[in-house]
Design a binder for this molecule. Sequence first.
Ligand code: NCD
Length: 309
Amino acid sequence: MSNHPRHLIDVDDLDDSAIETLLERACELASGAAPAHVAASVVNLFAEPSTRTRVSFELAARRLGMDVVNVDSAGSSAVKGESLADTLATVSAMGVDVVVMRQSGNGRMRELLDVPGSRPSLVNAGEGSVSHPSQALLDAATLKARGIEFSGLRVAIVGDVAHSRVAASGLRLWPRLGVSDIRVAGPTDLLPPEAPAGVEVCRDLDRAVADADVVMMLRVQRERIDQDQWPDPGDYFARWGLTRDHLEKAAPGCVVMHPGPINRGVEIDADVADGPQSLILDQVRMGVFMRMAIFEWVLGLPRSRRDAT
Ligand code: NCD
């Protein structure tokens, strides 16, 4: 293993070849390649609720034979006033190799890379509204595993784009993969004040979905919005909820994605969520394989060694 830990704070930390390695490796693992055996330990430090991300990081670690310890902040020394930097130094002193971290604040994770003497690789499992690289990567791997080419792909991202860390990381990843037609849509106050260059802002769902190959629906992040600003679920569904009727305007073979958790009847109709175009559970499945690939990558496992196992 490399002497210098690799970290995954956002997709910007990855060069093109690392992105390709991660996507390929996740697809290989998903199609039955033998995982590496990794003699390393991981602490999952989650300061926000999580089902699929947390379970998949844990399962991924176990499938690689890693020692895994889960800590949620309600049960950690954070409630006794310990800073994140001191928590990291503490687990580092115990020889932990990887810390998987979910945080509600924006921008603190990168600061932790400067903690003196800290050794573990840091892996971002969701940071505030700014980044969620493992989700963006697993979304891309889900498409790749189905043989969907990124170049020329039309992707619509619909819902609370402003507060979605999944959309934020995705908007940085999709163009790197060659996706050139990206649209975002949602209520004006749930769209970012400025769309990234090259991203089209659509004012209604039909326009966003028209001819799209991929429609990615997002949950309204109520935990990041003042309660008096929460949209009424019925009104929201009427305007922004994805139904089969909308999908008829999409490209033939269009697939529907959602990072979960889904709110049926709010941002997505149950018929669509459970329908033949939905990749929602494929995304969940790929989540385990992508997180295995991420552990291998941060630990600097060379391909030859992986292949030898
Ligand atoms: C997302 C998250 O936590 O950012 N979920 C996930 O990790 N799969 C999306 C969300 O909470 O809406």
